[in-house]
Ligand binder design. Structure first.
Ligand code: PAF
Length: 308
């Protein structure tokens, strides 16, 4: 079948971008330079458009597309960015092997009603390079759960998201709740730095068998995928067993961890926390989240279930 039709548009010397058309004539603009994106968005702001940003690293699956759908409910103009951010990877190989699938990502985006795809180059986001870059420091208590397993990861995430927020200046931004700790830290950054951006959390999108959608799932063998399904099942079992009023979950979590190990996972953590701030809950904590991070065949999978 035909892919989207790509047209190069020159507004004036300093603004050059690509516009993609499909047979349904939905168009998508693609911009690479920070200056150009700012000029275009200033135009939208003059029209009083509410602007949404969805920062991504590409390799789209239905989870990403659900973020876009949610953004369209809240905003008049939706911007998606794709940037595989080197500062959030602890392992260089992981960064190099991250799937880059731009052509199919653009094809998917043309069907979603996204208005603008921002594809910043490294220099647009890190003008002084990544080693000499100013970075966001996360609070000590965030060096827990994924922050403990992946040292430096959240500093990299917040540093790039802040840069994207400063360039796009969105009214709102959508993040998936699968990365629950990431979403909470971004909310805190917005509050602490008075960024005035509404953060919307999007529910986890799952395969039919319950496996949370993730770009990492494609690295799993067939056998590992069958095992991976058991992560969600185990979290569900924990959710049925716990009594939040008791506030004491040690034995249930120990049993769940042993089960996960028995299935063949290396378990980074399985934990029950307050879903407000990820603190250790007590019997008065009304809103909880069960979170886990496990590794199978060298692939890290995370998942969570909200309670209350
Ligand atoms: O969740 C992600 O895909 C990334 O951490 C993000 C938010 C795009 C920052 O690089």
């Amino acid at each position: 079948m035909f892919g989207p039709l790509k047209i190069r548009i020159i507004l004036h010397q300093s603004i050059v971008f690509h516009r993609y058309y499909t047979l349904l004539s939905i168009s998508l603009d693609v911009i690479y330079k920070k200056k150009e994106v700012q000029v275009l968005l200033d135009g939208q702001r003059r029209k009083l458009s509410k602007i949404a940003l969805i920062p991504t690293m590409g390799n789209f699956h239905d989870g990403h597309l659900s973020l876009i759908e949610l953004a369209r409910d809240y905003a008049d103009y939706v911007v998606v960015s794709i940037f595989v951010n080197p500062t959030q990877f602890n392992d260089e190989k992981d960064f190099e092997n991250y799937p880059r699938t731009l052509e199919s990502d653009i094809e998917k985006l043309t069907k979603t009603g996204v208005n603008l795809l921002f594809l910043p180059d490294l220099c647009s986001l890190y003008p002084n390079g990544t080693d000499d870059a100013i970075k966001v420091i996360i609070p000590e208590r965030a060096n827990d759960l994924c922050g403990k397993v992946r040292p430096g990861h959240f500093e990299g995430v917040l540093s790039v998201v802040l840069r994207l927020f400063n360039i796009i200046k969105p009214d709102l931004s959508v993040f998936g709740q699968k990365d629950f700790q990431q979403k909470l830290l971004i909310e805190q950054m917005v509050m602490d730095l008075s960024l005035g951006i509404k953060i919307i959390g999007a529910p986890i999108i799952r395969e039919r068998d319950g496996l949370a959608m993730s770009s990492r799932n494609q690295h799993l063998s067939f056998a590992a995928k069958l095992t991976a399904i058991k992560l969600h099942k185990t979290l569900l079992e924990v959710s049925y067993l716990i009594n939040p009023k008791k506030g004491e979950f040690t034995s249930i979590l120990k049993e769940a961890e042993d089960k996960l190990i028995g299935y063949g996972f290396d378990v980074d953590y399985i934990s029950i926390r307050s879903s407000i701030d990820l603190s250790i809950p007590n019997k008065d904590s009304k809103k909880l989240v069960i979170l886990a991070s496990v590794v199978i065949e060298g692939v890290r999978l995370i998942d969570n279930i909200l309670i209350g």
